[in-house]
Design a protein around this ligand. Sequence first.
Ligand SMILES: C[S@@+](CC[C@H](N)C(=O)[O-])C[C@H]1O[C@@H](n2cnc3c(N)ncnc32)[C@H](O)[C@@H]1O
Length: 209
Amino acid sequence: MNPNQVSIELYRSKAAGYDASAEFTMPLRRRTIALLQLQPGQTVLDVGAGTGLSYALLRDAVGETGQVLAFEQSPDMFALAHQRVQTARWANVWHANAPAETVQLPALADAVLFNYTHDICRTPEAVANILRQVKPGARVAMAGIKFFPWWTGPLNIVAWLKNRPYNAKAADLWEPWSHVAARCDPFHWSSTQWGMGYIASGIYRGNAP
Ligand SMILES: C[S@@+](CC[C@H](N)C(=O)[O-])C[C@H]1O[C@@H](n2cnc3c(N)ncnc32)[C@H](O)[C@@H]1O
């Protein structure tokens, strides 16, 4: 199985319990979304949106005149996101059941959220395909798991064990933001969760080298 297939299989059994398991991450999700400094009327992209847990927060920030774009490759996670949109009758949420490597958005995004999307962030083709559909100057916000500093040694087994059930590329945790950061200027990150997590933001500088 390739990493996409591995990820789809991982989320097959996780989808039903995902919202309950992510409840404790809501404060960090709010902090990460706040870094986007969204304005009414903007178009925001929710990368690897899962069950759509960020949709309501993003919609609140861009208002009725703005648009939420999102994609998610797991059919099981996407089905729940779709149900959420239909139940709430949100007309300004566009989302697709598609992988980051090939998804085609209907509009360029003014801001991009990568909330716990490790596998996508560690796949250069996926990051490139996403960012080519984002306006230069767009705000980018990220959060996720990372390794503790190297000198904590064995503690990183904990980080890896925590990441493994959710990610096909679970071991690649030293600088999970690096492919996105390379396309931003400026870019800042800081530690969360006693060093085992990160929150980051930057300004996408466009495709020019
Ligand atoms: C930990 S969940 C986070 C979901 C959501 N961002 C949130 O904040 O709740 C990671 C999500 O990324 C999705 N994913 C992983 N690889 C992907 C890819 N290549 N393309 C699209 N989605 C992907 C998974 O299916 C999963 O729903």
